[in-house]
Design a protein around this ligand. Structure first.
Ligand code: CTP
Length: 408
């Protein structure tokens, strides 16, 4: 950020969950990125973290009360000054209060007294996260333009595993900085975008399958970003549990199921993004009952799966933009260029999965986006959401070029 430009004013709302300690890191990273950070803690947040910690790190003292005597109406100053209000962590209760439009403490009053972009990063136990009431409240917030930074699947406070862990502080900060840098575009309004995500599972028997390490996060990020940019999005995924809201989801398991679903939805899509990690081989015959150990080591005969991307390219409709993905470990750019040629898509997003913090199961990624015709755009290590935005920027450019050709 340049020395002349005023610092973006970020209100950091912290509500009362165990993940509140991670908001300290969000605060520090936002300040380091050149933001003016004004923290507001709910009363429950102060049971987990001290306001003094935020006061020490932020750009102004942390505030906790609507009426503390020092300023008559602190919520209007904070709400009106903010470029972005980010609530991390957002508890189920805070989300419910936002959805209901309550203003019973400084944070919720500030959230009403603003025209700023609002970002919430929920964190809660899986059981709470999956409650229809919580999801309905989030859907309400999304429909009002609030950005939701999806929680991760991982270890939770009680030692159990599941969806609901606060997103990585770096991902939350990237969402704030994206918003500050480029206010939300709606450049995909009126466009139908089809995305695949996750690794396919090819059954060996009713309990075992062959699969890969894909988490589906990059495909999900593309689906979420496309929806926020105004597209009608269908996501065909093996990871429906963590699918972003606001997109139509079709759950599949195997390459054959994904092939059928993608071919069906692609007939009406303007953009197809094949981010899934499709198994290249499947057991040619899945056993109908569990293969028993005492019968000895089984021989599993494999057969190739259908190349879904090649099939989509063959059936491509007029003007449709098709994006492929490639995970490589050696000669990354040369292999990717050959793959782009072989597959015949318009764009190929390649990552070097042997690099640290890149690809499978990370929240970050670093990619090159190759264009048919030889162009290459590098996207250095960043959040998967930011990679998604770069991919969509290229898609929008290609859609525009196609429009240009049609009208010339
Ligand atoms: N893909 C597909 N169907 C398959 C295998 C891959 O549609 N059976 C798609 C992937 O979704 C991705 C692209 O093809 O968009 C490249 O996938 P990748 O696994 O890198 O390519 P392969 O052709 O399988 O080449 P290899 O594994 O030998 O590198």
């Amino acid at each position: 950020m340049s020395a002349q430009s005023p610092k973006p004013f970020i209100v950091l709302g912290v509500s009362g969950g165990i993940a509140a300690y991670k908001a300290i890191e969000v605060c520090r990273q936002l300040v380091d990125a050149g933001c003016h950070v004004a923290p507001i803690l709910t009363e429950n947040a102060t049971k987990f973290v001290a306001p003094l910690t935020f006061t020490a790190l932020a750009s102004e003292p942390a505030q906790t009360k609507l009426y503390d005597g020092s300023a008559a109406i602190p919520h209007t100053r904070l709400g009106q000054s903010a470029s972005v209000i980010v609530v991390a962590p957002a508890t189920a209760h805070l989300i419910a209060r936002m959805a209901a439009g309550l203003a019973d403490d400084l944070l919720t009053a500030t959230l009403l007294a603003t025209r700023a972009t609002v970002i919430v990063a929920p964190a809660m136990h899986t059981e709470m996260w999956e409650q229809p009431s919580v999801q309905d409240n989030l859907a309400t917030l999304r429909s009002r333009g609030v950005t939701v930074v999806e929680p991760e699947v991982g270890r939770l406070a009680g030692g159990d595993e599941g969806a609901g862990r606060l997103a990585d502080p770096g991902v939350i900060v990237a969402a704030v900085l994206d918003e500050v840098a480029a206010p939300r575009a709606t450049d995909l309004a009126g466009t139908k975008v089809l995305v695949s995500s996750g690794g396919t599972r090819e059954p060996i028997d009713p309990v075992r399958f062959l699969s890969n390490r894909s988490s589906g996060k990059q495909g999900h990020a593309i689906a979420a970003a496309a929806a926020e940019r105004g597209a009608e999005v269908v996501l065909v995924t093996t990871m429906p549990q963590t699918a972003p809201h606001g997109v139509e989801v079709e759950a599949v398991d195997t390459a054959a199921q994904m092939n059928e679903a993608m071919a069906r939805h692609a007939r009406v899509a303007d953009v197809v993004v094949m981010a899934a990690a499709v198994a290249d081989f499947r057991p040619s015959q899945a056993a109908s009952s569990k293969v028993k150990r005492e019968l000895g080591t089984p021989e599993i005969v494999l057969e190739p799966t259908e190349d879904i991307l090649c099939g989509l390219v063959k059936a491509r409709t007029k003007g449709q933009i098709i994006v492929g993905f490639a995970a490589e470990t050696d000669d990354v750019l040369a292999n990717a260029a050959a793959k782009l040629d072989r597959k015949g898509c318009d764009l190929l997003v390649v990552n070097d999965v042997s690099a640290p913090a890149v690809g499978f199961d990370h929240d970050t990624n670093a990619v090159h986006i190759l264009e048919r015709g030889g162009g290459v755009v590098e996207v250095p290590l960043t959040s998967k959401r930011a990679v998604a935005e770069s991919v969509l920027d290229m898609v929008v450019r290609h859609l525009g070029e196609d429009e240009g050709k049609k009208s010339s």
